[in-house]
Write a new protein. Structure first.
Length: 960
């Protein structure tokens, strides 16, 4: 539409839906094929559109004639690359050579944008043809020194850009300063003085200043774009010239009409007044101002009405095009992409409030207080100077006036950034508060809000049209995955992990089993035990009410009792043993129901019961490895049951009738339960609830762990769109460019000492002492045993690499995306029916479909073939990363020498994608070495972008 060229996508409205879909798929496939093989030409999107335009015509002919054969000249393999892409690449290559490695001036060579803008004009259809007319100026170059002109812009390095680029700001502040100076200089000296006709007429003189500043701006436009006029559209040149002559006209018209509006002019005003036949009608100047302001008023209206501006920018009506051409240069790209009116309103409101405050401060604090001293200095007559007259040739002490006003003017123009800092802080704070950003800042606040996090989690992840109640266990699953990641990164210790973890299953408990760190801060269970030990008979109701005063304490007691019963029932295999546990449970429940707990049990012995149970749980936590350990568990269980029945229960002697029965009971245990991870988690949790007597206010102690936990909690309460199910989300890819940086530290690098005698490993151990301690605890190494520590160097290399600027650290961080998707997908599927227990495998498969991670390792092929120890090490470490993360893909540029018919060798270049154990997936031929044209990092990303998948792409640098 912009070039008034008819579209080549021939999809008719009267076609059937099936045919429309087929044609759309054909055209989409055609464009993707062009884009995929375009190599460096992908940086020239309009060039790709030009290629698609012509190839779509050929495709339409094939469809109409049902003759699907390559067009003439494109029969051979690789003909598209050789005939269409390679000529453009060679032009790019030659222009890049002119840049002399980026040292040549920008005006001496053409970059991607300059060449791409050749396709913004309909002239390209006549000049370039199809297939390419290689004799066209675009391709043909007469010698190495030949230079084609820039298309629309040539960078001219000058400080004048400070005015040209920010001309509206300079003009606004200059006019505002002039107006405030006129008002404050008036007899009243206040803003009310503007109501005076004389003062108001003087204020209107700011438009003359505006015309002068606009003339300077237009002149700079011409001077700073003159080098591009050789290839610029004639309409653009005409616009520059008309703007220039109109600016000259206004410089003449506004002063003349202003002088005619002054009733008693003097000096230059009197001369101008005589030349204009004594026009005393003030309305002439006002009318000139209105005409002068029309373009600015239209621009302001279009800015405040973005929907209207979108329509006008997309319109092909000649009158609208002419109007928009004068107001702003016609846009080829980003037309009709303005913000909505509400966003514009917020933007305008912010700047109106800011500028109003700034101008009010400037008027009352900076300008007005200076008027009286200035008038006084101007009226003073100094005959003799005691020292030296700095400005001897300026009358009325103007030199002194300039000296005292210079800092005021400087501050006036510069203090806007201070006001911006103040207002952005205020508005940002209000916006953040309304969006609930950063509400949780400390661990104490986290504990207060933790119990509302499951409901917040439900609101975040359930789509609005699928509102449903989610079990708290769904949140606990995500929370536990998060805590496990903190432990894997050694931010927390094993004990801190146990205190932060929530039960993976409730085991049908009547209360919600919150993470122990919420309960440990008040010593819940030990406090309840102490209350029971100090209670007297008959105070059952008072004891229960005291425990119930703290709901968390009451729930912790209930959880401990119910968990103990469930553990014992599952641990015992003998029916009689289970019957004994059931009998004890009935006695406890009857005592609770009849309020005779203190009468039926010896509460003074409850501490002994607790200590015996703790010993049993301690043995159950440590997985038994031999018969001796299993026998210890049996003995501990028998001791616990004997103390509970004989010492703690007043009438418990009848449960275990004789000594032989006591010795034979509780010997047949289910050792598979002890080895099961789920039950081991229950043992650890119950042990923690019984033994935690230290405050958990500082759990976790690591600052990074605290930051991550509070960030995770804040993300649940923030105002944000609800997340759909993973199955319904858009797929996306992450692309990381990599050149030659470290993948993993080597043992030599870690232990090599610098001039101060400090190695990297020593440095990391000192700045991350808690993480080093947690790491040694995780791998089961005694920190005091240096030989044992040195024997785990492979693990130490990984630990250190995750704390340096390495590729391994970046890959691990990005692969958390896939891990998070897998966890969320698993939770989504658990709520569905009839999945046959295959949720884990399906969640992994869907996560692989939704997420792709590609690392553009430019030199991977060279490292693979290199004999250098460092480069070979980089290759092996990257290979290990692919084995560690099966979803990781590596893209690299491969060079191969191919023999020519004349016996010479020619280098061919390919984009290659590999996975896993260096298994090649794709190999795409390139027109040349892509990194020779332009900058290395963008071209490294560009050659690998064809291997990404999905609707969104995130480019992440190393250590970002």
């Amino acid at each position: 539409r912009y070039l008034h060229v008819s579209s080549r996508i021939m999809i008719k409205y009267d076609d059937t839906e099936l045919k429309k879909q087929q044609l759309m798929l054909l055209h989409i496939g055609l464009y993707l094929l062009i884009w995929g093989e375009a190599s460096n030409v992908r940086f020239m999107p309009e060039c790709l559109c030009y290629i698609f335009h012509h190839m779509a015509k050929q495709l339409n002919q094939m469809v109409e004639e049902s003759y699907f054969q390559p067009p003439p000249g494109f029969e051979a393999e690789g003909s598209f690359l050789n005939i269409v892409i390679e000529p453009i690449y060679k032009v790019l290559q030659k222009e890049s050579q002119r840049s002399k490695g980026g040292t040549a001036g920008h005006s001496s060579w053409r970059n991607y944008d300059d060449l791409n803008e050749q396709f913004w004009s309909e002239k390209c259809f006549m000049k370039l043809g199809w297939p390419w007319d290689l004799s066209a100026d675009f391709f043909h170059q007469e010698g190495r020194s030949a230079r084609k002109p820039k298309t629309n812009f040539v960078e001219v390095r000058t400080f004048l850009h400070l005015f040209r680029s920010f001309n509206r700001m300079w003009i606004f502040f200059t006019l505002a300063f002039q107006a405030m100076l006129i008002v404050s200089w008036s007899s009243s000296g206040s803003l009310s003085g503007i109501a005076d006709a004389t003062v108001f007429r003087s204020v209107l003189s700011v438009f003359i200043t505006a015309a002068l500043l606009n003339f300077i701006k237009v002149t700079l436009d011409i001077l700073l774009t003159f080098q591009a006029w050789g290839s610029m559209e004639w309409t653009q040149i005409l616009r520059y010239l008309l703007k220039f002559f109109v600016a000259i006209a206004w410089i003449i018209i506004l002063p003349v009409t202003y002088s005619s509006s002054i009733k008693s002019p003097s000096g230059a005003g009197k001369l101008l007044n005589s030349l204009t036949w004594n026009w005393y009608n003030q309305s002439v100047y006002n009318f000139a101002i209105i005409i002068y302001m029309i373009p600015n008023i239209l621009s302001a209206l279009l800015f405040l009405l973005p929907q209207l501006q979108n329509i006008m920018e997309r319109s092909n009506w000649r009158a609208v095009i002419l109007l928009m051409w004068w107001i702003q240069p016609r846009l080829y790209i980003a037309r009709g992409m303005h913000e909505d009116i509400f966003s514009i309103f917020k933007y305008v409101f912010f700047w109106v409030v800011l500028l109003t405050s700034k101008l009010a401060f400037s008027f009352y604090v900076e300008i007005s207080p200076m008027i009286e001293p200035t008038k006084f200095i101007l009226d003073q007559v100094v005959g003799n100077y005691e020292w030296h007259e700095i400005f001897p040739f300026l009358p009325h002490n103007l030199g002194v006036v300039i000296t005292i006003w210079a800092p005021i003017v400087l501050v006036y123009f510069m203090d806007t950034q201070i006001w911006y800092a103040i207002f952005s802080t205020v508005f940002g704070g209000v916006s953040g508060a309304l969006s609930h950003v950063g509400e949780i800042r400390t661990l104490g606040m986290l504990r207060v809000r933790f119990k509302s996090m499951p409901d917040a989690f439900r609101k975040c992840r359930v789509a609005a049209h699928k509102e449903q109640a989610l079990d708290v266990r769904s949140f606990f699953c995500v929370w536990n995955s998060f805590i496990n990641s903190l432990r894997e990164e050694d931010f927390i210790s094993d004990r801190e992990k146990d205190m932060l973890m929530a039960p993976s299953s409730s085991s049908n408990l009547p209360v919600v089993p919150w993470p122990p760190f919420l309960l440990a801060s008040k010593y819940q269970v030990p406090t309840a035990l102490h209350m029971a030990m100090t209670s007297k008979e008959g105070d059952d109701h008072e004891l229960i009410e005291k425990i119930k005063l703290d709901k968390d304490r009451y729930n912790a007691v209930i959880e401990c009792y119910e968990s103990l019963k469930i553990i014992l029932v599952c641990l015992l295999l003998d029916y009689n043993d289970k019957r004994i546990v059931d009998d004890i449970d009935k006695i406890v429940r009857n005592s609770m129901q009849n309020n005779t707990l203190l009468e039926d049990f010896k509460m003074a012995e409850i501490g002994k019961v607790s200590n015996t149970l703790v010993k049993l749980l301690q043995l159950l936590k440590s997985e038994p490895t031999d018969d001796t350990t299993e026998r210890k568990i049996v003995n501990a269980l028998q001791d616990f049951m004997e103390i509970a029945t004989r010492d703690f229960m007043k009438d418990g002697h009848g449960i275990l009738k004789d000594e032989n029965e006591r010795k034979q009971s509780f010997t047949n245990l289910n050792m598979d339960v002890i080895k099961d991870a789920f039950w081991r988690e229950q043992f650890v949790r119950l042990h923690l609830l019984l033994t935690m007597k230290d405050s958990a206010m500082d759990v976790p102690t690591n600052l990074d762990a605290r930051r991550r936990i509070t960030f995770f909690a804040n993300s649940l309460f923030m105002k944000m769109p609800r997340a759909p199910q993973v199955h319904d989300m858009i797929s996306f890819s992450v692309l990381t460019p990599y050149y030659n940086e470290e993948v993993l530290y080597s043992s030599h690098e870690l232990n090599r000492k610098n001039e101060d005698g400090i190695s990297i490993l020593f440095y990391l151990q000192k700045i991350y002492p808690d993480e080093w301690k947690n790491f040694l605890e995780r791998i089961g190494v005694d920190p005091d045993n240096e030989e044992e520590v040195k024997g785990c160097m492979d693990d130490i290399l990984i630990w250190a690499s995750y704390r340096g600027q390495t590729l391994a650290r970046t890959v691990r961080g990005m692969m958390y995306y896939r891990r998070a998707l897998e966890v969320q997908c698993y939770e989504d599927m658990k709520s569905e029916q009839d999945l046959g227990g295959d949720e884990s495998a399906r969640s992994k498969a869907i996560a692989d479909v939704k997420f792709t991670y590609v690392v553009a390792c430019q030199l991977y092929g060279m490292h693979k073939a290199s004999k250098d120890s460092r480069e070979r090490g980089l290759y092996e470490n990257i290979l290990n990363l692919m084995l560690t993360y099966p979803a990781l893909r590596i893209a690299y540029i491969d060079e191969k020498e191919v023999p020519l018919p004349n016996g010479k060798m020619e280098k061919h270049y390919y984009s290659v994608l590999v996975k896993g154990d260096d298994e090649e997936i794709y190999r795409v031929k390139l027109p040349g070495k892509p990194t020779e044209v332009g900058e290395g990092k963008p071209n490294n990303q560009n050659h690998a972008i064809i291997f990404t998948r999905g609707e969104a792409l995130q480019a992440i640098d190393m250590n970002q």
